[in-house]
Design a protein around this ligand. Sequence first.
Ligand code: COA
Length: 696
Amino acid sequence: MNQHAKSAVLVSRTATVLVAEIDNRPVNALSHSVRAGLAAALDELERDDGIEAMVIASRGKLFSAGADITEFGSEMREPFLGEIVARLDSSPKPVVAAIAGRAMGGGLELALACHGRIANSDAGFALPEVKLGILPGSGGVVRLPRLVGVDPALTMIAEGKEVSAAAALDCGLIDRLADANLQEAAVSFAAELASPGALRRASTLPFPPFDRAQQEEARKRYAKKYRGREAPQRAVELFAMAAVTPFEEAARREYEVCRELLSTSQSRALRYSFQAEKAARKIENIPDNVEPLDIARAGVAGCGTMGRGIAIALLDAGIDVALYGRKEASLASAREAIAKTYASAVKRGRLTEDAVQGRLSRLATTTDISAMTGCDIVIETIAEDLEAKRELISAIDNVANDDTIIVTNTSFLDLEALATATSRPKNFAGMHFFNPANLMKLVENVRAKNSSAKTLVTLSTLAQRLSKTAVTVGAAEGFVANRMLSKRTREALFLLQDGATPAQVDRVLTEFGFPVGPFALADMAGLDVLAATRAARFDGMSERERGADIVERLVEAGRLGRKSGEGYYRYASDGRQSEDPSVAELLENHRRERGISARQIADEEVLERCLLALINEGANLVDTGTAARGSDIDVVWTRGFGFPTHLGGPMFWASERGLPFILDRLKHYSATVGPEFFAPSELIDRLAAENGRLVG
Ligand code: COA
């Protein structure tokens, strides 16, 4: 083989087949150098009469992650992907894509324009553009349905679902699987396609029927599933158009729609969110290249709801777990609960019985704290009682190996006071999991004063292994998530005092895009639990906040939320929620006792007060360094509390609205509702003066 490099594409040849390997690691994004390299390879294919066919392959762990996201927003340089794809499609000599690893976005579009596709059995295929608020623009929409049919194509394009190699073979996305030697198999396949009449182009196949009823059904389904999102709806429209439009014209329209979507605020927000998650992995002020501790065995000390959820998350990630509890009986019920969760995963087809047995065989339960010896990490997760936690942490410290990391799962206790219970402050930090810990995607890794870089990197790596997004935060009261949430909760209670109803507040926030409003959420969490949290924070609360004792009143009336059938709302036996006149009465009495006269509150005020409470506190957290960057706060809110990702998060949303506007509204509410709650954060004040942003 004679090989010569052409930019980020390595070109070599066998007797009659040209092999172009994309080499733009880490993810083989289709940057300008790759596009130019592919164009040059196509020139060679067209020019050289001795060559009959071409294979496009790749180096590195994946075929291609698609368009180079870092090129978005700047002037794209020619050749464009669309030109390459069109040249591939119309090439009189066959081209085969040899797909090892993932083919995503533009990478898959490139493969779709080839005349044959062959892949490793562990390959994956996805058009994830919709997750960035755009759609494929280089033939994905016009080619994929022609190969696989409307339904599988819609699932991939409008939902961004990835399909496995087996499924891709099944639906016709790829032609063959090859494991032993992919490139060799691709070369033979390409040579086969060079025989007369063998070449097939996706563009010449008929677009499958997509009638009005199918369109309407898809439109409704996506309106419900992706509330407020533009791109899935545009995908349905594009399918409808492509079904009745000649290929070339439909391809042009697809490109135009992709360009239009690229400049929408939703796409800007979604692309920002993608980068924000990547940025959150970078921990501030630690040296580069710190290696994490290898975690093979974890101890979980505490077998309540949180301990069980954390144990499941660890087992799912392939980590052995020693679950410690004080009483045999509570360990037995923890074991039962864990087995039940797994049984329901089997029932729903998520796990096989064998996989469950494998996980359960890695779970040991014990009442003997010395079982924590030999664990690489121990996560303490008992009730939020400082003294009890200190005692347990100290007991763990006594038996754990010297390099074991000890973690406390707390949502608000003083981390430094817990750190002094160990003899290893460097190997100590917090991990704030959310309930249910096996399902919730967010974890706050809390940095104590002396937590070492290795400890923090280990926790961040562990979170990734648990398929969670971790944000490393400082040890201020409530950290980032709960501290901000408590400000919104407080504001929502004040709105009730001022005259709003729980249903109005919830409606306004769900219309904004939250999956659930604060009062429906409170009913799910349990009002007794929230009353206990308020009691724990009592000393730190202002007079007005203490006075907004609506939760306590509801609990006194036996209304504990969903679990008792009544809370802010009333719940029917089938779980349906409705407003309850006795809550209106309770609120009326509450106001009367405090001499507050109810007023009509506009929806705009409800939204502004709830969001500004978040934004102002978020800015304070950035200013004091509790959050390393504004985008970390947005990750907490989009991943942890359902802030709509297509609006970016509170810090992005505020920056898009403009900080002078935000400052103005803060001043307005500071004057009308009270400076205690809306006195503008100094950071907002400073940035507004220079028309700056809270996020990059
Ligand atoms: N363009 C440019 N850079 C990209 C990229 C793309 N399409 N996809 C990933 N990268 C970068 C990441 O930002 C990261 O950079 P960093 O190391 O400087 O932070 C690096 O490549 C590695 O990616 P990472 O996500 O950390 O690796 P992973 O192995 O966890 O995941 C992917 C790899 C490809 C699955 C994942 O990055 C992904 O989903 N990318 C987006 C693909 C996409 O949406 N394509 C369509 C674009 S329209």
